[in-house]
Structure formats: structure tokens, C-alpha cells
Write a protein that binds this ligand. Structure first.
Ligand code: AHG
Ligand code: MN
Ligand code: MN
Ligand code: MN
Length: 335
């Protein structure tokens, strides 16, 4: 079907970003340039992911990153694409990436204004199996433009200017929030534009899906074990469905649209869980909360945490308000 781009309708991501900027008369368009640069990186990564089998982008690099993950070829390609596209803006002096041990300093950045935290390729274990993967990003203001530093990257998630994720599935989507509402755009490869397809995503109040890697069940605490038991043996109604993709972006995207709860609690190997606060949990928590859901540590909002290091991990419970509040009530009753 021919895309009906109506005159007044900001139905492409590029126009949406421009419209958003027009709300702030004093805005110089720096955020517009930055978001369009991130959009470009996601299109480049989408193209590489689609052709990974052809362009020899499957497999590993033989390196390990700061989190101890085996680095895949597409991790490295995506990381370089994000760094190159974001550096072009001239307004981002410093960034944090899952694939960089320390913060990335952008040389001769003459108008320091924003910093970006990102997971260039989320769900790397699924790349070679052609299962949905993604890119996650969050944008903060630089606190003192005269002195960009790591603390700019370690701001609380509640200080995010905007955050989003791209999801490389049977269609490529980009979901974005400025904190007030969540909108989803689908890439039309014929015109190379992300088209608005999911206006004001609102997560269902309660869901019938639970999402967790039950391979770690022997390590779960009493609360998680009790909650999962309740999912399988409800006092009334039918058991919840178990769905676990293993790419956080895909599990969160499904949770946003269908409702339910996604959990990555502490395990023996990872007493702080596996997922990284800065570039996985905070940007996705900003989205889930803006869609009317909750993102919790089990006892506090993820967005309220004060990060202390770039790659720190954090147990997490994301999803429909009622489901996450059930977990929080269980934790509250055990203290
Ligand atoms: P990444 O590929 O960026 O390292 O992230 C992988 C994460 C996340 O996407 C997913 O939710 C989780 O790893 C899956 O972990 P398990 O394989 O331990 O379930
Ligand atoms: Mn990884
Ligand atoms: Mn990830
Ligand atoms: Mn990653």
C-alpha cells in the first residue's frame, strides 16, 4: 500500500523529531540532529543484521567485553556505527557503550550538550539464530558543558531527556519516548523512513504472560519462586503463558504491547542480576514507565537508582503495573 503521508501528519520519525523540537522555540535543533544520527545508525545496523549471513557478520570476534560477554562481529559493527553516527553531531563529547570498558571521549567536540549511553546490539546470543535483536539508547544533558565527565553518564534514569530502542525483527521498529508518551515507528525499506505505526503505546494494566530464564530457577529467591508458582498455579483463572526470547529488547517490546512481566533477578553467577543499569535497564525503564507500566528493583523504581559504575548490573522487574506491584508486595512482606 502506498504510504499516505498526510500534509499535517508527522507520520515519519524524521518529521516527528522535528515536530517535537518545534515545541521548544529556543531549541537550536541539536537534539533533532542527534536523534536523526541515532536513527541513521539503527538503519545501518538493521541492514547489516538483515545481511549478516551474506556479509560474514555472524560469529564471534574472539574478544570479551567488560561484562565478560563474548563479543560478536555484529556487536563490534553496531558499536562502531553508533559511535561514528553520534560523533558526527559535534554535540556529544562523551558516551558509554556496553562494548567499551571506559567512557568514549569524542575529540574536539566544540558544542558539548548531550551524552549517550547505549547497548549497540542487544541479544547477541540470538544473532546467529536469526532471532530478534536490538539497539538500546538513552540521552542525557551534559551537566557542565565546560567539563564533560563520566558523572554525566552516571545520572539517574529519571534524568533522561529521551530514550529508545530499535528492534531488528521481521520488521525493523524504533520505539521512542521523551518521557511523556511512547511512540513506535516501523522502517519502510522502500523509502528508508521509519513510519509511525504505534501511536501512544499504553501497556495493559495487567498481563497474562511471565518472562524469565527459568534455567536459573534453582538460584531464585523466595519471592521470585513464589511468584512463578502463582503464575503456574493460579487460585483462579488459567495459568499464565511463559514467553522468553532472550533478547531484552524483544521481551520488553512484547511486554509493552501484550502486557505481563519480564524479570531478570539475582542468580548465583550474577548476584546483581545480568542486565546493565546504564544502557539496558534505565532507557527501557524510561519507556515502560512512560507507557504506564513499572520498572522496579523489587522495592524501588529503577529510574531512581544512583548509578556508580558504567557496567553495573541490577536485578529487575519490568511490565504491567499490577504484575510488578505483586512482586513489590511480596518483597515488602518479606522485610
Ligand atoms: P547483550 O546481548 O546486549 O549482552 O544482552 C543480552 C541480555 C539481554 O538481551 C537478555 O535479556 C539477556 O541477556 C538474556 O540472558 P540469558 O541468556 O542469561 O537469559
Ligand atoms: Mn553482551
Ligand atoms: Mn543487552
Ligand atoms: Mn549488547
Amino acid at each position: 500500500s502506498i504510504i499516505s503521508i498526510k500534509k499535517k501528519d508527522p507520520s515519519t520519525l524524521s518529521r516527528w523529531i522535528l515536530k517535537e523540537q518545534q515545541k521548544y522555540p529556543k531549541a537550536k535543533g541539536d537534539l533533532t540532529v542527534l536523534l536523526n544520527s541515532v536513527q541513521l545508525a539503527c538503519k545501518i545496523i538493521a541492514n547489516a543484521a538483515k545481511g549478516a549471513g551474506i556479509y560474514n557478520l555472524y560469529g564471534i570476534t574472539g574478544e570479551e567485553n567488560k561484562s565478560g560477554d563474548i563479543v560478536k562481529k555484529l556487536d563490534t559493527f553496531s558499536n562502531e556505527s553508533m559511535i561514528n553516527c553520534i560523533s558526527f553531531t559535534g554535540t556529544v563529547p562523551i558516551m558509554a557503550s556496553e562494548e567499551a570498558e571506559n567512557s568514549i571521549i569524542v575529540p574536539n567536540c566544540d558544542q558539548p550538550k548531550y551524552c549517550v549511553v547505549f547497548d549497540p546490539l542487544d541479544g547477541s546470543s540470538n544473532i546467529d539464530a536469526n532471532v530478534s535483536i536490538g539497539t538500546i539508547f538513552g540521552i542525557y544533558r551534559i551537566e557542565d558543558p565546560k567539563k564533560p565527565q563520566d558523572s554525566d553518564l552516571l545520572q539517574k534514569g529519571e534524568k533522561l531527556v529521551c530514550s529508545g530502542y530499535a528492534m531488528y525483527g521481521h520488521s525493523t521498529m524504533l520505539v521512542l519516548t521523551f518521557g511523556d508518551e511512547v511512540n513506535g515507528f516501523t522502517l519502510d525499506p522502500q523509502i528508508g523512513e521509519f513510519i509511525l505505526t504505534h501511536r501512544r503505546i499504553q501497556i495493559p494494566e495487567k498481563g497474562s504472560i511471565y518472562s524469565i530464564n527459568e534455567g536459573n530457577a534453582k538460584d531464585f529467591d523466595k519471592v521470585v519462586t513464589t511468584f512463578i508458582h502463582r503464575c503456574k498455579n493460579p487460585t483462579k483463572g488459567s495459568p499464565k503463558k511463559a514467553r522468553y526470547i532472550g533478547s531484552m529488547v524483544a521481551d520488553i517490546h512484547r511486554t509493552l504491547l501484550y502486557g505481563g512481566i519480564f524479570m531478570y533477578p539475582a542468580t548465583k553467577d550474577s548476584p546483581n542480576g545480568k542486565l546493565r543499569l546504564l544502557y539496558e535497564l534505565n532507557p527501557l525503564a524510561f519507556i515502560v514507565e512512560a507507557a504506564g507500566g513499572k520498572a522496579s528493583t523489587g522495592s524501588a523504581p529503577i529510574l531512581s537508582l544512583q548509578p556508580t559504575s558504567l557496567h553495573q548490573r541490577q536485578p529487575c522487574f519490568f511490565g504491567s503495573k499490577a504484575d510488578v506491584e505483586e512482586i513489590e508486595a511480596l518483597y515488602a512482606s518479606t522485610t
